[in-house]
Write a protein that binds this ligand. Structure first.
Ligand code: 0WD
Length: 256
């Protein structure tokens, strides 16, 4: 039997077949999870339905969810509660920053751009944790996606690096909050992967080439590797781990 048999898991952030969330969804499906998907845009929703069909996968439910809106978050989790009931896992794989602020100098970040990156990329985890924990009455696991730019200066990552630092600190504070309910909160820090969002980061190709050369494993990671590590966090194999940031980056973060 699969490691996630009988577990209802909500996956946020499948935009297309390149999305990290899609790699995660496939790993979860392979372990027998029952999946619920949320999308912001109708375009992503249509792509998701097509992907599910092509891969012989089924969703228990797909709901619309824009993390920029409290009403949207409340409505989405209300619908999940009514149609699915208890949930055991949540995958948070959403982030956003203005493209023009993912290049040049961090010092040029605008007030609005700073707040937007924080809102969509970090506060969103706080908001969905609050909503999801009400449905995790049998305990649960929440996993978000972060990047090395939170710990070190990665050229051009700028405002998103600061948002990811906030996201990782949120993982620790949230882990303390919900630990008493048997809910764990962890993050995967993935190496660079070519996705729709990655295209917005200036110089992405150079970063990718560097990992291939300098990382201990001498290769880049892919969505499936991130998917399997995320699956571990959602399974009972990781039952002793919370508040952790696990690097899935071919070991690149240990190299000076
Ligand atoms: O190299 C990379 N690609 C890395 C990505 C390395 C390390 C971490 N990450 C992180 C990203 O920062 C993000 O947190 O992984 C997460 C997923 O990123 P991705 O797979 O690279 O990006 P993409 O395929 O573009 O998906 C981003 C999702 C989209 O999903 P939907 O279903 O909404 O189309 O984030 C979504 C975006 O639309 N998103 C939102 N979702 C809900 N509400 C919002 C929003 N307001 N804004 C963006």
């Amino acid at each position: 039997p699969g490691l996630l048999e009988g577990k209802n898991i909500v996956v946020m952030g499948v935009a297309n077949q390149r999305s990290i969330a899609w790699g995660i969804a496939k790993s979860l499906h392979n372990q027998g999870a029952t999946l619920i998907f949320t999308n912001r845009q109708e375009r992503s929703h249509k792509k998701l339905l097509k992907l599910l069909d092509e891969n012989d996968m089924e969703a228990a439910l797909t709901v619309s969810l824009d993390v920029a809106s409290d009403e949207s978050i409340t409505a989405a989790f209300q619908e999940i509660k009514e149609k699915v009931g208890v949930i055991h896992g949540l995958v948070h794989a959403v982030a956003f920053a203005n493209r023009e602020e993912l290049q040049g100098e961090y010092a040029d970040t605008s007030r609005e751009g700073f707040l937007l990156a924080q809102e969509i990329s970090a506060f969103s985890l706080v908001a969905v944790t609050k909503a999801a924990k009400e449905l995790m009455t049998e305990g649960g696991s929440i996993v978000t996606q972060t990047y090395l730019g939170s710990e070190k200066v990665v050229r051009n990552y700028n405002v998103m690096g600061v948002a990811k630092a906030s996201l990782e600190a949120s993982v620790r504070y949230l882990a303390e909050d919900v630990g008493k309910y048997g809910i764990r909160v962890n993050a995967i820090s993935a190496g660079p992967i070519r996705t729709l969002s990655a295209k917005g980061v200036s110089g992405f190709n150079d970063i990718n080439a560097t990992i291939g050369e300098k990382a201990p494993l001498r290769r880049n990671v892919d969505q499936d590797q991130v998917g399997d590590a995320t699956m571990f966090f959602l399974s009972d194999l990781s039952r002793g781990i919370t508040g952790e940031v696990l690097h899935v980056d071919s070991g690149y973060h240990i190299i000076g």
